[in-house]
Design a protein around this ligand. Structure first.
Ligand code: PMP
Length: 286
């Protein structure tokens, strides 16, 4: 069955949705995106996603296409029209369609706003049950990874390389083996003392919304949440490794480059944090 999608003020069947070939999102990847998860028909962490949208847009000289409350109305309409109980709502804002030229287009150029849903079965996913395998890949991205840019070619290549090795996610790292992020996730290790370790926020990583929510939950519960860089070797030796993202919540990593992490099964810390995150996020969902 065809989905209903949203394009520039109109809800329409996906096959009727059209964007100009001159759209700067298509030509230059001149745009920003966000993905919010839906569980039990509710949007999770959505305020934070829309705040990050506003920040990313601001960093590239674009305003919000409409107030956040209006965006939420459209997201909810799409969830209702497409019967989404578990899934995601994707949204993308570009600098609009204009004759191809690098500098910003004339000020009256209309931004493009596109939104669509994807159905997912989060509750019964194999990743939730059994964890995921990761493969290491050099991080070849630009210096503003804090901006949620639609320019994702480096991640496409990283995740394809991982997929070709039978893995569900890439661990991106620098030339000297320092971990930056997952291909589309924040990565954590759990130390022998039960501390969570993840990279501090900077221009080198996307400020993950799931990371931010998990940090709050850890602070409330007295779980040590340490923000420092770590290496691939440290991850290989860690009792547990897990990733977070809007599409994976908290997901245990059971293998890196073919080497087992912990016992090769989702560990107790990742399992517990997934439960806590989902309980709280659904409770607070809208
Ligand atoms: N890092 C990268 C590179 C990502 O693409 C994502 C997912 N968009 C994340 C981290 C996780 O962010 P969030 O928790 O906001 O989904």
């Amino acid at each position: 069955m065809s989905r209903t999608v949203y394009v520039n003020g109109v809800f329409l069947p996906e096959h009727d949705a059209k964007i100009s070939i001159f759209d700067r999102g298509f030509i230059f990847a001149d745009g920003i995106y966000e993905v919010s998860a839906v569980m039990a028909g509710k949007l999770l962490d959505n305020d934070a996603h829309l705040k990050r949208l506003e920040r990313s847009l601001g960093e590239i000289g674009m305003p919000m296409p409409m107030p956040a409350e209006e965006i939420v109305k459209i997201q909810k309409e799409l969830i209702a029209r497409n019967d989404i109980v578990e899934g995601t709502v994707y949204l993308q804002v570009t600098r609009g369609a204009a004759d191809r030229d690098f500098p910003f287009p004339p000020a009256d150029t209309m931004q493009t706003l596109v939104m669509f849903t994807q159905k997912r079965d989060f509750t019964n996913s194999p990743a939730a049950r059994a964890g995921i395998r990761m493969a290491t890949v050099r991080d070849i991205r630009w210096e503003r990874r804090d901006i949620k840019s639609v320019a994702l070619l480096a991640q496409v290549l990283a995740k394809q390389a991982a997929a070709e090795k039978g893995c569900q996610e890439a661990i991106m790292h620098t030339a000297d083996g320092v971990v930056t992020e997952g291909g589309s996730s924040t990565i954590f290790i759990v130390t022998a003392n039960g501390e969570l370790v993840t990279r501090p926020l900077s221009n080198e990583v996307l400020p993950g919304i799931t990371r931010q929510s998990l940090k709050l939950l850890c602070d409330e519960r007295g779980v040590p949440f340490i923000e420092r860089a770590f290496t691939v070797d440290e991850a290989l030796a860690a009792p547990e490794v897990f990733v977070t993202s809007a599409g994976s919540f908290v997901t245990a990593v059971v293998e890196i480059d073919g080497k087992r992490i912990g016992g090769g099964q989702p560990g107790p810390v990742a399992r517990r944090l997934r439960e806590i995150y989902l309980d709280e996020a659904v409770k607070a969902g809208v």
